[in-house]
Design a protein around this ligand. Structure first.
Ligand code: NAD
Length: 420
């Protein structure tokens, strides 16, 4: 295998370790395996942005296409201070396996800009988004690569991207991004899709384990788009939400937190910290709270060798991408904890992004209940396939999910052959 130090990062090592393990099990052709370890293309851009102070600051951004064997690429755009080329490449690779696992006609991509979005004004974020879009314009398009929101970005970010791209084409091109506001061609249920998908697979997992979800104690790390929707749905369905956190810290109440009231408090104060009737906990301690279900829904590498032994939950649903290191994965498996892997648990977002793309291409929009029903069906059937494959092969859910995703991408590479 060639060395590629440009992609060096913790998350890239994690995703490579996963791929290598699965390649061995699948007895993958070594030449195909080697192709899958690296992205097809990766673009690094510098983004000069006029700040409110009048100064011009330069940010570094990336867009990476991992595999285009199954179709145009799809993947989120992340604004975070820890963004780097290796991390974005790893996330693009995970998107390839995720899209393939869910049977979507997409390859994997990811984008990111190293910045602190919370310290920037709306105007600065708009300037950043527009210039970043202009810099990566050759790599995106409705039949080429379709970005979506991720950590630190939202519907508004997608609207700016779509507008910037459309301006260069002289016409409106809604299909260039998904996760847009409804008024410009977004899909009903896209914002809630990832959180909902997590809840659907949790129902399936509980049923497969012979349990009921209702009444279970749940802790959620990250109370953004993904974590807050999952927490609210589980609260509504009778789970006890004992702890939640955001980048400022966490809160804990063993008797349960009223999630709608917490959302109002968050809107007023900008954080979950200090919510009346709760005790403060750190983000590290939140992961180790006494609970049945843990949903890491913030950033990567949160469950590691140094805390895996102290996790009390018996089900972990990975809302975030790559929240578990390979060492922690082994320890959790040995302890009999059921880990629903990221490429399955958080796939609801890309599934409804696919629905949005299809609706946009057809100029025909579906009702929210149709979208929710189709999402539920796809998530439940993917879970059952992965669960059955894991039982049959005597492997954990992550291995079974990766085996299906990687095999499909590899099969597409094999039938397409190598150019020239
Ligand atoms: P978001 O920006 O809406 O929310 C992120 C939440 O995590 C916020 O509450 C934030 O305060 C908190 N957070 C940020 N950094 C943190 C840190 N270092 N420690 C603890 N908390 C921190 O982002 P999101 O869209 O909810 O995405 C969350 C995770 O889910 C990411 O890993 C993302 O890749 C993954 N994901 C998102 C989608 C989607 O559709 N948005 C789909 C699949 C996977």
């Amino acid at each position: 295998m060639i060395q590629a130090p440009e992609f060096d990062s913790e998350l890239y090592h994690t995703t490579l370790a996963q791929l290598d393990r699965v390649a061995e099990r699948l007895q993958l052709d070594p030449d195909i395996h080697a192709r899958l370890r690296y992205p097809r293309r990766a673009l690094v851009v510098s983004i000069p942005v006029r700040m409110d102070s009048g100064r011009t600051e330069v940010f570094i951004g990336y867009r990476v296409h991992h595999s285009t064997a199954l179709g145009p690429t799809k993947g989120g755009l992340r604004y975070d201070i820890d963004v780097n080329l290796g991390g974005v490449t790893a996330l693009a690779m995970l998107m390839s396996w995720k899209c393939a696992l869910m049977g979507l006609p997409y390859g994997g991509a990811k984008g990111g800009v190293r910045c602190s979005p919370r310290t920037m004004s709306v105007r600065e974020r708009e300037n950043l988004t527009r210039r970043y879009t202009a810099e990566i314009i050759l790599l995106i398009g409705p039949d080429l690569d379709i970005p979506a929101p991720d950590l630190g970005t939202d519907e508004q970010t997608m609207a700016w991207m779509m507008d910037t791209y459309s301006m260069t084409q002289g016409k409106s091109v809604p299909g260039v991004v998904t996760g847009k506001p409804l008024i410009v061609g977004g899909s009903a249920g896209r914002r809630e899709a990832t959180g909902r998908g997590i809840v659907y697979v949790l129902y399936q997992a509980a049923r497969s384990l012979g349990q009921q979800l209702k009444g279970q104690k749940v802790a959620v790390q990250g109370f953004g788009n993904v974590g807050s929707v999952a927490a609210r749905m589980l609260w509504r369905d009778g789970c006890v939400i004992v702890g939640v956190s955001d980048f400022r810290g966490g809160i804990y109440n063993p008797k349960g937190i009223d999630v709608p009231q917490l959302q109002t408090y968050l809107q007023e104060t900008g954080s979950v910290v200090g919510f009346p009737g709760t005790e403060p906990v750190t983000n590290e301690a939140l992961l180790e709270l006494p609970c049945d279900v843990l949903i890491p829904a913030a950033v990567g590498s949160q469950l590691r060798a140094d805390n895996a032994e102290r996790i009390k939950a018996h089900i972990i649903a990975e809302g975030a991408n790559g929240p578990t290191t390979p060492e922690a994965d082994v320890l959790l498996r040995e302890r009999g904890i059921t880990v629903i892997p990221d490429i399955l648990a958080n796939a609801g977002g890309v599934v409804v992004s696919y629905f949005e793309w299809v609706q946009g291409l057809q100029y025909y929009f579906w009702k929210e209940n149709e979208i929710t029903a189709r999402l539920q069906e796809l998530m439940a059937s993917a879970f059952r396939r992965v669960w059955n494959a894991a039982q049959k092969g005597g492997v954990d859910l992550r291995t079974a999910a990766l085996m299906e995703g990687v095999r499909r991408v590899a099969d597409a590479h094999v039938v397409r052959g190598l150019y020239p």
